[in-house]
Design a protein around this ligand. Structure first.
Ligand SMILES: Cc1ncc(COP(=O)(O)O)c(C=O)c1O
Length: 442
């Protein structure tokens, strides 16, 4: 018999698995939780303890674990076609998904190019932007611009347009230089400034750079509305509208990385809808498969697609991944889109969001909290005078209160799945307050 005690799995995991984004030595004090199964918003360990997945398992899970509708779609797909290469072949799930996503943009972004992880989608968008300028005879446009505090993934190209020192610094010598402009983070407001004033200030920084060297710049890449990994930095949609205008004026591509903020997370299906704009490239991943299977994609405008369309093979976009457009992952995504439609998810999320915001009022008004903020289904606040090990202590204490939460530095945030019941919402708010008080009390 295989050992199946909780402690056995921990020992075996630490012996054989190298966990992501983890200083493994921390597991000498920080618990590692073997998950036995998931149901709805809850994860269960082998001893029957449960944890409310308040961060949707790294922001991917939209409709709960073991969702019956997504499960059924996958079981059906499994008996039809688990995988086929997408070069020279195509299949119903990838076609339907591409059509449905394009329709959600009013067919402005008419072609989808597929990969598996978010970082790969970012690599694709960067390569496509550069190559499309080259195909049009503007090979000097080679530079990329990113925002202060940006996060676009861990592969070498994505890390080059990321501005989080903890992830980037060790690899500095490997990375191509990029230009970094001011973040539109509304927390920077000074002297009575509004979020829109900060957005204008940040857009002016982009304009300064574009005027100076727009002819060398291929694209600017932005996480629209919320820069998540840097600590849920939120900005006004006006910023996106202004940057879109600047991109048009200076012939610079706009890449929107909606990997974390897409799929309804900010209140609209695509975050950029709130600014009334479309980018040249839109990257999607995480929630698009409902949190079931690795799937990412880049949606592009027709003029980008046409820049590669030629009798010359070298003008084509010859990028590929083995699992590009995997039918199972696409089928999970189709089931996810169907749930959005059938359940009027965006509408119901507004009601859920209102209830959670109200339930979090004691935290919003807490004397050790500043910058309480919310957009769509994302909540965040910053702890005042947080101890150095705040994040790890919060994580461990939250587990004792049936919560899976991982603050980013001193920023506590929630990104729950879109299925929380009223009881879940009230429990989440009450337990977060209890954990916060306990951690700050030492
Ligand atoms: C905005 C953004 N872009 C890219 C990524 C990278 O995605 P992945 O971890 O799937 O490579 C993330 C992951 O958190 C993200 O938040």
């Amino acid at each position: 018999m295989e050992p199946n005690k909780q402690s056995d799995w921990v020992v075996r995991s630490l012996r054989s698995v190298w966990h992501p984004c983890t200083q493994m030595q921390h597991h000498e004090t920080v618990p590692l939780i073997p998950v036995s199964h998931g149901r709805g918003a809850w994860l269960y360990d082998h001893e029957g303890k449960r944890y409310l997945d308040a961060i949707s398992s790294w922001w991917v899970n939209l409709f709960g674990h073991a969702n019956p509708r997504i499960n059924a779609a996958l079981k059906e797909q499994l008996d039809l076609l688990e995988h086929a290469m997408l070069a020279g072949f195509t299949h119903e799930p990838v076609i339907r998904l591409s059509e449905q996503l394009a329709a959600l943009t009013g067919d402005v972004l008419g072609h989808c190019f597929y990969a598996s992880d978010g970082a790969s989608a970012v690599e694709i968008a960067l390569k496509m932007s550069f190559h499309s300028w080259r195909n049009r005879g503007q090979a000097e446009k080679q530079e990329f611009v990113c925002l202060k505090g940006s996060y676009h993934g861990e592969t070498i190209g994505a890390l080059a347009v990321t501005d989080v020192a903890l992830f980037k610094d060790a690899y500095g010598p490997l990375l191509r230089a990029s230009q970094t402009v001011m973040s539109p983070d509304a927390r920077q407001a000074v002297d009575g400034e509004t979020a829109q004033d900060v957005a204008r200030r940040a857009a002016a920084d982009v304009e300064r750079l574009f005027v100076e060297r727009g002819d060398k710049i291929a694209a600017i890449i932005i996480e629209p509305l919320v820069q998540c990994a840097t600590g849920m930095a939120m900005h006004d949609p006006l910023y996106l509208t202004l940057v879109r205008e600047l991109c048009d004026r200076h012939q610079v591509h706009l890449i929107l990385d909606e990997i974390a903020v897409g799929c309804g997370r900010t209140g609209t299906f695509f975050a950029c809808e709130q600014a009334g704009i479309w980018p040249d490239f839109l990257c999607l991943s995480k929630g698009i498969s409902g949190g079931y299977l690795p799937l990412s994609l880049v949606m592009t405008r027709d003029d980008i697609y046409q820049a590669f369309y030629s009798a010359d093979v070298t003008r084509g976009f010859l990028h590929s991944h083995s699992y590009t457009g995997n039918p199972l992952a696409c089928r999970a995504a189709l089931a996810t889109l169907q749930i959005f439609e059938d359940d009027h998810v965006l509408e119901h999320n507004r009601v859920r969001a209102e209830r959670l915001t109200q339930a979090l009022a004691p935290l919003a008004n807490h004397d050790r909290v500043r910058h309480f903020r919310q957009r769509g289904m994302i909540w965040a606040f910053d702890a005042i005078r947080a101890p150095a090990d705040f994040s790890r202590r919060f994580f461990s204490t939250a587990l004792e209160h049936e919560l899976l939460m991982r603050p980013i530095g001193s920023t506590v945030y929630m990104m729950p799945p879109y299925i929380l019941s009223d009881d879940d919402i009230d429990g989440l708010a009450a337990n977060t307050l209890a954990v916060f008080d306990k951690v700050l009390a030492g």
